[in-house]
Design a binder for this molecule. Structure first.
Ligand SMILES: [Fe+2]
Ligand SMILES: [Fe+2]
Length: 348
């Protein structure tokens, strides 16, 4: 289905078959940022100001693959050098994982490790006191949090606090405002964890971490995208391509390739690396369950409209994903609601 932004008249392709059929949904326009509202009962966009259906009726489109590759080796080398120069993962994230995996570690020892980084420790306390954990304002210290919430949850909070520091900046190439990528990543982390808990709880910890950092490649590519912004926009417009396709076309890599290089640099487990590398096409992951979970969570995050993903309404679920996870459209709608609630209840 094609929808048109009533503010800037830019047209977008969306996959409507998994959206709730009897509802009005809203998406941010990736061109002007204005909200596009779509009434799925009648299959038409709604003019934000008049609340009337806009004249652009929904219709089906084809998307041809025709453009030539325009990146060069020098550019690819520069991008790989940027990955090498990326700072290491914050020490407190590594040390917290180490101390928590030691079964003899007590609350005091864990708190000492987290408190070596005051900005992360402050965020951890704020998140621990969120409505999400049902402990609003009751947790007074990190060691108290580890006793009340447990070591596993505390480790997740530290990962979340550390990831915010990495992902919360503005990315003008992708059109992200300061918290857009962070909120999207948070939604994918929650979605991945919810799906993993229902399908294979052993994967829940990795799913949460993979969700948090799956789009970290965008941090590296943003500056290069800024340089080629005009060409990329016109390629996407005339060829009806996604941002992901434009990245490969103009830079030689997409953000998932680069995120996988970051995972290697940060010594992430191989299964997370594979899941992130193929998070837009899990069929290429050789049956990596985490990858299907991540792909579904990424898709669900775009449906929820939280934060902003440059692929947002063009995001297509790879064929076979619903079958692999044994998911129905109802499962998808339920998780959209759960993810939205989770992100609204967490204070970050
Ligand atoms: Fe992505
Ligand atoms: Fe994403």
């Amino acid at each position: 289905m094609i929808i048109e932004c009533s503010n800037c008249t830019k047209k977008f392709k969306i996959q409507e078959d998994r959206l709730p059929q009897d509802k009005i949904v809203a998406f941010p326009c990736k061109n002007c940022g204005e909200k596009i509202r779509l009434d799925l009962r009648i299959g038409q966009t709604i003019n934000e100001k008049s609340n009337e259906p806009s004249p652009s009726d929904a219709k089906l489109v084809q998307s041809p693959l025709t453009a030539n590759t325009t990146h060069d080796k020098g550019l690819k080398d520069k991008i790989l050098k940027s990955v090498k120069e990326l700072p290491p993962m914050p020490q407190v994230m590594i040390k917290t994982q180490e101390v928590i995996s030691d079964s003899n570690a007590d609350a005091k020892k864990i708190a000492e490790v987290i408190e070596t980084d005051q900005s992360i420790a402050t965020k951890v306390l704020k998140v621990a006191n969120s409505a999400y954990f049902g402990m609003s304002g009751k947790i007074s210290s990190i060691s108290h949090a580890s006793v009340v919430l447990g070591h596993k949850i505390l480790e997740e909070i530290v990962m979340l606090a550390g990831a915010e520091g990495i992902l919360a900046g503005k990315l003008p190439g992708y059109g992200y405002d300061s918290k857009d990528l962070w909120k999207h990543s948070l939604a994918v982390a929650f979605g991945s964890k919810i799906i993993a808990n229902s399908k294979n709880p052993e994967l829940a910890k990795e799913a949460h971490l993979a969700g948090l950092i799956h789009d970290v490649g965008k941090i590296i590519l943003d500056g290069y995208i800024v340089e080629k912004k005009e060409e990329i926009e016109s390629f996407m417009e005339t060829e009806e391509k996604t941002f992901l396709e434009a990245e490969r076309q103009y830079l030689g890599f997409n953000h998932a390739d680069i995120a996988s290089d970051v995972c290697k640099k940060w010594n992430f487990p191989e299964s997370i690396n594979i899941a992130i590398k193929h998070h837009h096409q899990p069929g290429g992951s050789d049956g990596n369950e985490l990858c299907y979970i991540l792909h579904m969570a990424d898709y669900i995050a775009t449906l929820s409209g939280i934060g902003y993903d440059s692929d947002d309404i063009l995001y297509e679920l790879e064929e076979g994903t619903m079958d692999y996870l044994n998911f129905s459209n109802e499962n998808v709608s339920q998780i959209v609601l759960k993810v939205t609630e989770s992100v609204n209840n967490i204070s970050v």
